[in-house]
Design a binder for this molecule. Structure first.
Ligand code: DAH
Length: 345
């Protein structure tokens, strides 16, 4: 080398450092020249043999540092170009139509339950919700349901496998026991919620369904209060002209007990089918709270009396919306679910 190699490499360093890269093509030229397969640095390496043996190590190190420099400058410029390209691209096409956000709708069961709560809240009933996993005492024993009562049968009740004496509540009446043991009368409560029974699923019955329970305990509550309350409910729910009747019945936790029917009529064939040709349709069970139940829950039956009722929701929603099969409620098919509008009061 005619010039001192150190001088030459210094010039090369300046050349690399001052390489103008104002366009993307310049960056590519830079890459080919200093980093490509036939780059200038390789030519310099080839000159190694002409360097005195004692200086070769230093020579090699300087060439390598120039390679690092070229690499660094190349990466920096390339990144800068890519960054500015990214920035200049539109983030989104603002002229595209917006994405529609489906509004959703209430489940028919929720609509009917809300309506029932609304009706009873007009006459002072407050919502008291409770657990779905209950113990045997609140679901059965407190409610006067003896150990050998068929409702306790393994066939009807889902018991929890590893949790002795616990079960999925079979009715919302369990809330009566919960509430009465924790509160002092007078009270008027409404307990809407889900219940479970080990039943074969068909068009008319399901292993899960919904009930609304009512309970009123005070001094001097009578059967007349119960009947008047239920008549008020039926009129609000099914119209001013609705007819109701109370039929004597039996429930372990009420005495006397009754079932309430509403007159649905016999307008068409479906009416005949669902009312078994009578025009009357059973809506709920009810009665005067059995004194033994009050006592079990720590309320003195000599001072207080009360009435209770419990109604199924699925059946009422089937009537109101003409839903032919109970299984539709639990399949979550959007085509079914989006059809329901709230019931206006
Ligand atoms: N728990 C009853 C059932 O699931 C319904 C019922 C009947 C509730 C009479 C009551 C009542 O509160 O008084 O079949």
């Amino acid at each position: 080398m005619d010039l001192d190699w150190r001088e030459k490499l210094k010039l090369l360093e300046q050349e690399i450092g001052s390489f103008e890269m104002s366009k993307l093509e310049d960056v590519e030229r830079f890459r080919i020249k200093y980093l490509g397969s036939k780059n200038v640095l390789k030519d310099y390496f080839a000159l190694m043999v002409q360097i005195p043996a004692t200086e070769r190590k230093e020579f090699g190190a300087v060439i390598n540092s120039l390679k690092d420099l070229a690499n660094e400058l190349f990466t920096k410029s390339k990144d800068q170009f890519e960054e500015s390209k990214r920035k200049s691209e539109p983030v989104a096409d603002l002229s595209l139509p917006g994405l529609e956000n489906g509004q959703g709708s209430r489940h028919p069961i929720s609509i009917v339950m809300d309506r029932i709560v609304e009706i009873f809240s007009k006459i002072g009933f407050e919502v008291a919700e409770e657990r779905e996993i209950e113990d045997d005492w609140h679901n059965f024993t407190a409610l006067n349901t003896p150990d050998d009562h068929p409702a306790r049968d393994m066939q009807d009740t889902f018991y929890l496998k590893d949790f002795a004496q616990h079960l999925l509540r079979t009715h919302t009446s369990s809330v009566q026991a919960r509430y009465m043991t924790q509160n002092k009368p007078p009270f008027r409560i409404l307990a809407p919620g889900r219940v479970y029974r080990n039943e074969t699923v068909s068009a008319r019955s399901h292993c899960q369904f919904h009930q609304v329970e009512g309970l009123y305990v005070d001094k001097g509550v009578s059967m007349a209060d119960l009947k008047q309350t239920l008549l008020f409910f039926a009129k609000e729910m099914f119209g001013e002209d609705v007819k109701i009747r109370l039929r004597p019945s039996y429930f372990p936790f009420t005495e006397p007990s009754a079932e309430m029917d509403i007159y649905w009529g016999l307008k068409d064939e479906t009416d005949h089918r669902i009312t078994k040709g009578t025009g009357w349709l059973e809506i709920l069970g009810c009665g005067m709270v059995d004194p033994a139940v009050l006592e079990n829950c720590g309320i003195d039956p000599k001072v207080y009396s009360g009435f209770a009722f419990g109604m199924g929701i699925e059946r009422q929603a089937m009537l109101l919306y003409k839903i032919p099969d109970i299984r539709y409620y639990f399949e979550n098919d959007l085509r079914f679910l989006k059809q329901f509008k709230p019931i206006m009061s």
